[in-house]
Design a protein around this ligand. Sequence first.
Ligand code: AMP
Length: 545
Amino acid sequence: MLRGQMMDRPLMISGLLTHAGTNHGSREIVSRLPETGAIHRYGWKDCLTRSQRLANVLEGPLKVHEGDRISTIAWNTHRHLELYYAISGAGAVIHTVNPRLDPKQIAWMLDHAKARHVFFDTTFAPLVDAIAKACKTVKNFIVMTDEAHAPQMSNVKPLIYEDLLAKASPDYDWPEFDENAAAGLCYTSGTTGDPKGALYSHRSTVLHALMACSMDTIGVGSRGVIMPVVPMFHVNAWGVPYAAAVAGSKLVMPGAQLDGKSLQELIEGEAVTHVLGVPTVWLGLLQYLRESGKRIDSVENVLMGGSAMPEALLRAYEGEYGVDMQQGWGMTEMSPLGTVGKLLPKHEGLSADEKIAIKLKQGRLVWGVEMRAVDDGGNVLPRDGKSSGHIQVRGPWIISSYFRGAGEEAFTDDGWFRTGDVGHLDEDGYMTITDRSKDVIKTGGEWISSIDLENAAMGHPDVAMAAAVGMPHPKWQERPLLVVQPKPNTSPTPDSIRAYLAERVPKWWLPDAVEFIEQMPLGATGKILKTRLREVYAGYAFETE
Ligand code: AMP
């Protein structure tokens, strides 16, 4: 082999921050502080200096060593950003905890991760108090605020973030080491069984960040103002904290206030151009915009993912607010981005409805992710936009195994990761998810896509949320039950919903029953908890003739 004669410089996460701090130093990072709701602002240069102070805190008083897991239970703020960079940059591993999980599960996770220290926002003081005694590996709890706002706690005497930083030196030389070293740890939401850990490396994180910046993915640059509404505890806020540093963009962090009013204020006040989040967030914002008559005119681009983008939401934002909506698909195990739904030049002449049909697909493969759909026998299916199968992926930011074992069945013998999603690909690389493997409704030998059925139902004017679950049926094996959360002050009937659906889905997809629920159960990442619905409706008996 004739070797290339290029420098072998490691891809380090700290390099992203030093780039932003040195070359985009005055570009702002704006955060809504969880402890007061006040706005905090500083530049990437300040973020770099404070992250250096924090790295000194980690290596000094906190005695953090290479590879140690340091956990955070925190919102999107500048302090959480500093932790992202300082922990990984110093050679340790940042473990982001989803505070919406059950406290017992959180304690289990901290134990499984062998967390050495836990940083938390004041909002989560009661949670930390409740689990502290069960966290045997944790040496220190550090509250992410200053002396004046430190909470009174019963079982923990927390160290105070701002005190520690104030005493530390701002000078720090970021170490260089193997780019394959672990940098971040995020557990899957664990709706079935124990959560499993995805352990990201410096290399995977940097490569993912570069890809995320590209025009057809998030497409943010130094002029952009990006606001991740998706939390930093949900797969690294989809990589935005890293991508924003590569781009040198202004970063807006919404803290603990994710309601429509607070988000609209931030978007308007900070002239946000790019926003990312799960559909439930967009539903809340839309409701507020419609009630208040307020606008979000600075927004150019929205990336919605985590679950399927409802058509009604897409039409509302594009039609009423002039926002370009993109759907993305990915997973904790994929860092997370796998597909993003930008349109291609050849789509320019299409009608508005045809464009919407393309945007309702889960998106188009990003560079770096390879994908195939296979049938039950493992045969690769054609990319014809209709042959549905099990979606498998591989690439440099996709896990090759889970942290501390477990889940080996997720990997094929030839090196692909089984996503657990069912869907199809077309010749341009657009992927359509028809279901989670476990959510497909199997009826009389055919498959009904619960996602398509739900999306159709969500178009009904009185439906706020809808979930389709397969319930055992004596004749058909399974039939769909549609669970509906009506919009406030409406009372739709099962017949009106079935009549609405009858014009939009094949007749044999029509739900055998429609049940109404006041509040849809949502999981820790804002997705409908179908496992919970299956428990609630266990033993459901359809009326059969
Ligand atoms: P998580 O690891 O919590 O981000 O969950 C990943 C799973 O969320 C995927 O395997 C999909 O089942 C689902 N998901 C993510 N994005 C989408 C999307 N755009 N449409 C449908 N399902 C999605």
